[in-house]
Design a protein around this ligand. Structure first.
Ligand code: NAD
Length: 296
């Protein structure tokens, strides 16, 4: 069993760290939030006194932080960079969703110091993190991927080797842009059906079994009451926040610009989430974007 320094125990990182504990690993957990720390310690994780304490002597370091600036600051450019403390034999697995350019630059800075840093963002939401069924999209060398796989297998069900450094973040940006398009499209169709007198549950079932079927209709219906156990049936609490989807769409737009890829559908979805966020809905689950249509 490995010693794993885990930094960032939020909605996603907390349950991911707990799954590593349950698999028998020695998890040294750290978060700026004491409440987040308490949740993991209650399940058998060891409370680290600081991020530095968490990574010292670790075989693996896993980070699950909000954005690129947090990852770069913590490991490379902050006042007390963790790169100064991490063992050369350790593997650093960053599962945060960040921009590919930062992931590549932090990985290159690690390599210059003889350290190993890979990007391994996830899909599957909080439910997938709790159940240990996340999809991991990994940007790494073959050797790094082989080393990470047994650890990722504990937290996920589908572990993909997307390519070299940064490739995991590129795959994640593509996936989340598509997710935003299919969620807004599903909201648009459901709203039109409801405005024309259809029962959203009946319409959802029809589209699910027809050519419009998609992930939102199958497992994440945006209309309250159609599906149990999803954020829409819980006042859009929990799940994947509008703020995070907006961040991910920003990453997708940057990527499209850098590569001159046209993304008219992604741009339209981003505008809708931007408007929805501006109306004060940033903390709600992203399926709440259906309110934009209903408010009109
Ligand atoms: P979160 O805000 O719940 O958790 C982030 C945690 O990082 C917080 O607990 C915060 O205190 C901690 N943190 C920030 N800076 C820190 C530092 N310097 N040292 C220690 N801890 C620090 O966010 P989340 O929902 O868990 O998302 C984390 C990442 O996963 C994001 O990049 C997000 O885009 C991505 N993601 C989220 C979901 C989802 O459904 N929530 C799904 C896939 C990917």
């Amino acid at each position: 069993m490995a010693t794993i320094g885990f930094i960032g125990l939020g909605n996603m990182g907390g349950p991911m760290a707990i799954n590593l504990v349950k698999a028998g690993h020695n998890v040294k957990a750290f978060d700026l939030s004491q409440a987040a720390m308490d949740t993991v310690v209650a399940e058998g994780g060891n409370a680290a006194a600081s991020a530095a304490d968490a990574v010292t002597g670790a075989d693996f370091v896993v980070s699950m932080l909000p954005a690129g600036k947090h990852v770069q600051g913590l490991f490379q450019t902050g006042d007390a960079p963790l790169f100064d403390l991490i063992s050369k034999d350790a593997l650093i697995i960053d599962s945060s969703t960040i921009d590919a350019a930062t992931a590549q630059s932090v990985s290159a800075a690690a390599a210059e110091r003889g350290l190993s840093f890979i990007d391994a963002p996830v899909s599957g939401g909080v439910g997938g993190a709790v159940a240990g069924t996340l999809a991991f999209m990994v940007g790494a060398t073959d050797e790094q991927f082989a080393k990470a796989k047994p650890i990722l297998d504990v937290m996920g069900k589908n572990i993909f080797h997307a390519g070299q450094s940064g490739a995991g973040q590129i795959a994640k940006a593509c996936n989340n842009m598509l997710l935003s398009i299919l969620m807004t499209g599903t909201c648009e169709a459901l709203n039109m059906g409801m405005k024309n007198g259809l029962d959203p549950a009946v319409l959802s079932e029809i589209m699910k079994q027809s050519s419009g079927g998609n992930w939102a209709l199958n497992v994440y219906n945006p209309v309250p009451g159609v599906m149990e156990g999803v954020p829409s049936s819980n006042d859009y609490q929990g799940g994947f926040q509008v703020d995070l989807m907006y961040k991910d769409l920003g990453l997708a737009m940057d990527l499209s610009q850098q590569s001159a890829s046209s993304v008219p559908m992604g741009s339209a979805a981003r505008s809708l989430f931007s408007l929805h966020k501006a109306k004060g809905n940033g903390g709600l689950d992203f399926s709440s974007v259906i309110k934009l249509y209903q408010d009109q």
